[in-house]
Design a protein around this ligand. Structure first.
Ligand code: HPA
Length: 268
């Protein structure tokens, strides 16, 4: 199904961009910055799952970010929607088949590191997979990648260096930290957050980890950027999805500025 979807998309668009961006909750502002766009709804692609959560659209957008052609996935599916790890990583794998070399994953996350505050953009240095699942479990498809892929540098150091430079030039405050991927959909308990802090997590979220694993399996370079939409459980009075969406939306413009500065300078 991955190969079939890739064949269909390659027929529609012969020269597929080598950089792709997956946008998280309420982060659509970046799409508006693109020129000469073309949209392909997920529903038109056989096998491509459509998101069910408000705040997550469901389409591919091809466009130009400055001089750089990029592919944006606006909306993703999550394990907590009851989707399988194969469904969650389907889009990333299709893009890999289409020649994507660099994958930028954005998400909303709760801030565990006490030096963070809501609204901060954080470059991911690493992740901890606590979702209890892995998209590579099961028979290995050797056409995608190796049985035991290395995850030493899951988040590419050079991409992070370039993102850091871009943020500094723009005068954007940012952090760097470790993302703990949880299954969700309930937010964590305060005890879980204390545990996550102890094991070295700076952020808690419910996405990104399966996509990073699938992308690394295929040899893509990955950059992860979280928007801290709230402080994690026990660090503020309560957490609501409305707050996650509102903060994500309020910070989408700066996230877009960062991407606009960064993407044209990535060599692929
Ligand atoms: N926890 C997990 N996922 C999240 C959070 C959180 O606090 N905020 C946004 N996504």
């Amino acid at each position: 199904m991955i190969a079939e979807a890739a064949r269909g998309l390659a027929q529609l668009v012969p020269d597929w961009p080598r950089i792709a961006i997956v946008l998280g909750s309420a982060q659509a502002a970046f799409i508006e910055s693109l020129n000469n766009t073309r949209e392909i709804p997920y529903g038109q692609i056989p096998g491509w799952p459509s998101p069910s959560v408000p705040g997550h659209a469901g389409k591919i957008i091809l466009g130009e970010c400055g001089a750089r052609r990029v592919c944006v996935l606006a909306g993703r599916v999550h394990l907590y929607e009851g989707r399988t790890p194969q469904e969650v990583t389907f889009g990333v794998r299709v893009l890999g088949k289409l020649g994507t070399r660099v994958l930028v994953l954005t998400n909303a996350a709760g801030g565990i590191n006490p030096s963070y505050s809501p609204g901060l953009l954080v470059l991911l240095t690493d992740h901890i997979n606590l979702q209890g699942q892995n998209p590579l479990a099961g028979p290995n498809d050797g056409t995608l990648g190796p049985r035991f892929p290395d995850m030493t540098e899951a988040y590419d150091r050079r991409l992070r260096d370039q993102a850091r430079s871009a943020a500094l030039e723009l005068g954007l405050g940012f952090g760097e930290g470790v993302y703990a991927g949880l299954l969700g959909p309930s937010f964590e308990t305060p005890a879980e957050i204390r545990y996550l802090r102890t094991i070295g997590a700076d952020l808690a979220g419910m996405s990104t980890v399966p996509e990073t694993i699938a992308a690394r399996h295929m040899g893509m370079r990955v950059l992860g950027i979280s928007t801290v939409t709230n402080m994690a459980a026990g660090m503020q009075s309560e957490i609501t999805h409305d707050e996650v969406l509102a903060t994500g939306k309020a910070r989408a413009r700066d996230l877009s500025r960062l991407l606009e500065a960064l993407l044209p300078r990535i060599e692929v």
